[in-house]
Design a binder for this molecule. Structure first.
Ligand SMILES: [Zn+2]
Ligand SMILES: [Zn+2]
Length: 386
């Protein structure tokens, strides 16, 4: 059965890429093995990762939307997803295969090879923003198919040899005439007995059951370069899964899932920090200690006369680029704070202070002046959902 990837992620079938990504990140934070080591959470994490892998890839998502399952690796004829997998009723499925070339090697070119390349594998790795900035070497555990060390991929037991398939006599496919809405269509399908390879293994290897590969868990160290970000992938050539019959291994991709930072917000190479500035410090000036990703805390000056919404850019304290190059900047946003509550003595003092500014009183800002524009651009931004 095709899995309901939309339901696993808790999004509906019209969800945008952004919504899918957001749903995935929320669940990953909750279920990641680093955070939640219990077995059921790990199982759900795998499901959620699968769902994200599928729905974030337009090709795979299309297969899901057509009723298939791009991750369905059930053995048998056809290719990943369509061949006999739930979604299509017999005749129509064959027509699909006939028109989309789905039946791999099933168009009169003889048996296909039993040895086929392996699939790529994808694992996700959660990284702190600091780790994304500095780069990191981490140990990962992957659970993929590796070459069977008993038969070395041949799939046979000892010295036995595969025999010619009795159903297709070695051709690898069987033909049938189908009635369909297109009239009579001659279709050839991969032979159901041998899966299209034209031969059968009579004495399969006792370790791998004839597949030529076995599932194995292994650990390896992955080096993640400095400057990576959410969704970036590091490719480890030939570390994916070994193919059927011991075919060449696919690649392993490690995809970065960036954890949110406690204080900093990343926008590409730029980092943003917000500093709350009591109005007294805004008026008088001062300094504040701000965390960075690579250099610990740094002092950032608050200029005297800082206005609400003012920013200060600290060059070179943003994120590095993956390929070297100029580091981004850190933008510090000043959020000027007005006391919400004054006791009697404070109010008295402030009133006395106010008397030093006889010209200062509330007034309606003329359109086009700074004060007017400041407020309205902020309003516009808040309407725009920012
Ligand atoms: Zn074997
Ligand atoms: Zn056959």
């Amino acid at each position: 059965m095709a899995r309901d990837y939309y339901r696993i992620l808790g999004v509906d079938s019209k969800a945008t890429d952004q919504e899918i990504k957001r749903a995935y990140r929320r669940l990953a934070r909750e279920l990641h093995p680093d955070v939640n080591p219990d077995d059921s959470a790990q199982e759900r994490f795998r499901d959620v990762s699968d769902a994200y892998e599928v729905l974030s890839d337009p090709e795979k998502r299309r297969i899901v939307d057509m009723g298939g399952d791009p991750l369905d690796s059930s053995p048998g004829p056809g290719f990943g997803g369509f061949g006999g997998a739930g979604g299509f009723t017999g005749g129509l499925g064959d027509v699909f295969e006939a028109f989309f070339g789905g039946a791999a090697g099933g168009s009169g070119r003889g048996p296909r090879s039993r040895v086929r390349p392996g699939n790529d594998a994808l694992i996700r790795m959660q990284l702190d923003l600091e780790e994304c900035a500095a780069g990191v070497s981490k140990e990962i555990t992957v659970d993929t198919a590796v070459l069977c060390d008993k038969c070395h991929g041949s799939g046979t037991d000892g010295d036995t040899r595969p025999e010619t398939c009795p159903t297709c006599h070695g051709v690898g496919e069987v033909q049938s005439v189908q009635r369909s809405f297109l009239g009579q269509v001659m279709t050839s399908r991969p032979c159901p007995t041998c899966g299209g390879v034209g031969e059968v293994i009579v004495d399969p290897c006792t370790k791998c059951g004839g597949d030529g590969r076995v599932q194995k868990r292994r650990t390896m160290t992955v080096k993640i370069p400095a400057g990576v970000g959410d969704g970036m992938r590091v490719r480890l050539a030939a570390q994916g899964e070994v193919g059927p019959g011991g075919g060449p291994a696919g690649d392993l991709y490690v995809e970065v899932v960036e954890r949110e930072h406690e204080f900093l917000v990343r926008d590409g190479g730029t980092l943003h920090a917000t500093v709350r500035v009591p109005m007294f410090d805004a008026a008088l000036g001062g300094a504040v200690s701000v965390p960075t990703v690579l250099d610990g805390q740094i002092e950032v000056e608050i200029p005297a006369g800082t206005q609400p919404g003012d920013t200060r850019t600290v060059r070179g304290h943003g994120m590095p680029q993956v390929n070297g190059g100029v580091r981004g900047n850190l933008v510090v946003h000043f959020d000027v704070q007005v006391p919400a509550k004054l006791d009697k003595r404070q109010a008295e003092k402030l009133r006395a202070f106010k008397e030093l500014f006889p010209e200062a009183s509330p007034s309606v800002a003329r359109r086009g002046t700074d004060a007017h524009e400041g407020v309205f651009s902020r309003l516009r931004n808040s309407f725009a959902g920012r």
